[in-house]
Write a protein that binds this ligand. Structure first.
Ligand code: 5AD
Length: 493
């Protein structure tokens, strides 16, 4: 039986696509190898959002030439955004590659591998499913075996035209999944033990139900061009899947942070008090050149209204430094926005020229050294905000959804294992002194003992300890191991 291994680069959408590839390959009779050395088929699920990510693929493929020579019939598959972007060209440029498969062609992967095994030539399949969009669903996990957290795709593609971004090219135009299917998938996951679902989409909050089956959400005005049916979907999930503990979403576009979404946040307890809302820049001049379609003042007003609607809600964001023409004044405006909004998390990236993007017409005129220096100043600002926020939580009580175990590092030399998870606001919390309890998938009450640089140290409250199940040797580990995700190669900006 052929064995496969998948390496994933890039965003959560890619992690999700990798899970679908696991599924498609398993159903076709492939088994997962312990690692690339034991595999017959190696899949690289790629990212092309920045040049560095694309270079990573090229160096990885270079290394794989030797891997292929060492085993007969070994096959290299390139999937994901570089596959979609380059298509056939990849086969010509990198002879090590046998199959190139785009994100919309994952179901065809076993067929392509089958043709190859019968002596077929290397092949590229990168066709968008525009007429009949497919949203692949994993086979439902057996009862009580589901991971505590799961991703559910609600839309794919992007109709925005942000001038720096390759995603409209690699993921195609927006296509939405019927709300009935979304609700059914979430209900099945929750029935099998999942507690938290993250709705996924490139501009997740532009969602519209292709079935037209959702009633208009409260607060949604028919003549607001920024309104969508996203709030209506959130309300339907909350109403139809009452067992769901947390409903997150990523990544929203600020344009669609509309009154109906604000109201949903104010009224639905299932929505956690944290939103990741990419802003990209704090300068109106740069936002215009990025074609973001909102101003700094609009971003501030919308996020302020959200925090007023949900006291204590925190925001995180994505920022690009060194976009073409970004002056020191523009960058200072970004820093002041970071302070003004008070982001508690920030992903920062140096601008990177991408093929097929409108910004290619602009000269990449901010020197690399200046980009690096701006990124460092940006991180300094955001780290200070995060540190102040985390230390402010010491002594408070929080609810943590326990996602798994991690190794205890340097705490009194005990060398045991810690439970860890996320608070309602998405802060990472490590739970001490509970090694003998089975907390996987539970929402537990903890008190925050200390703040680390990027996370919290916590202890169960007396009530939570009294209510917890003792751990049956081995069982918790087995469940924790089953939920291990495909390897994600982290990518710096
Ligand atoms: N250069 C640098 N960063 C980029 N991003 C998207 N395109 C580029 C680019 N060309 C960043 C944005 C986006 C995140 C996923 O990646 O901040 O929100």
């Amino acid at each position: 039986m052929p064995r496969y291994s998948i390496t994933t680069f890039g965003c959560q959408m890619n992690v999700h696509d990798s899970e679908r590839m696991h599924d498609v390959l398993r159903r076709a009779g492939y088994t997962e190898a312990g690692g690339p050395d034991e595999a017959d088929v190696l899949v690289l699920n790629t990212c092309s959002v920045r040049e560095k990510a694309e270079q990573k693929l090229r160096s990885e493929v270079g290394r794989l030439a030797r891997w292929k020579r060492e085993g007969e019939g070994r096959v290299v598959v390139v999937a994901g955004c570089v596959a979609q972007q380059e298509g056939e060209r990849l086969l010509k440029q990198l002879r090590t590659i046998d199959v190139v498969v785009g994100p919309d062609n994952i179901p065809e992967l076993p067929g392509l591998l089958g043709d190859l095994a019968l002596g077929g030539l290397p092949v590229a399949r990168t066709v968008f499913d525009l007429d009949a969009p497919r949203f692949l669903v994993a086979s439902p996990p057996p009862a009580s075996r589901a991971a505590p957290t799961a991703f559910v795709t609600i839309m794919k593609g992007c109709d925005e035209r942000c001038s720096f971004c390759i995603v409209p090219h690699t993921r195609g135009p927006e296509r939405y999944r019927p709300s009935d299917e979304i609700v059914a998938e979430i209900a099945a996951l929750v029935a099998a033990g999942t507690r938290e679902v993250t709705l996924l989409g490139q501009t997740v909050n532009s969602y519209r139900d292709p079935l037209g089956a959702l009633p208009r959400a409260p607060g949604a005005s028919a003549d607001d061009p920024d309104e969508s049916e996203f709030a209506a979907l959130l309300r339907r999930v909350a109403a139809d899947v009452p067992g769901l503990a947390r409903l997150r979403y990523t990544s929203p576009h600020p344009r669609h942070l509309t009154p109906s979404l604000l109201l949903a946040h104010a009224e639905l307890a299932v929505l956690p008090r944290h939103v990741h809302l990419p802003v990209q820049s704090g300068s109106d001049r740069v936002l215009r050149r990025m074609i973001r379609r909102y101003t700094r003042a609009e971003y501030v007003a919308r996020t302020r209204a959200l925090v007023e609607a949900v006291p204590g809600l925190t925001l995180s964001t994505d920022i690009i430094v060194g976009f073409p023409g970004e002056t020191e004044d523009d960058f200072a405006a970004t820093l002041s926005l970071v302070r003004e909004v008070g982001f508690k998390g920030l992903f920062g990236f140096k601008y990177s020229r991408r093929p097929h993007t409108p910004a290619l017409k602009l000269p990449d005129d901010v020197p690399e050294g200046v980009k690096g220096e701006r990124l460092a100043r940006l991180f300094e600002e955001s780290e200070a905000l995060l540190a102040a926020h985390l230390s402010g939580l010491v002594g408070t009580t929080q609810e943590v959804l326990v996602e798994g175990r991690d190794k205890e590092r340097g705490h009194g030399g005990q060398g045991g294992a810690l439970w860890s998870g996320r608070t309602g606001r998405h802060e990472i919390a490590h739970i001490e002194g509970a090694a003998e309890l089975d907390l996987l998938g539970e929402v537990v009450e903890v008190s925050i003992a200390r703040a680390n640089k990027h996370s919290l140290q916590a202890e169960l409250t007396e009530a939570a300890r009294a209510a917890a199940r003792p751990r049956q040797r081995g069982a918790a580990e087995a469940r924790a191991a089953r939920r291990s995700l495909p390897v994600v190669a982290a990518e710096g900006g």
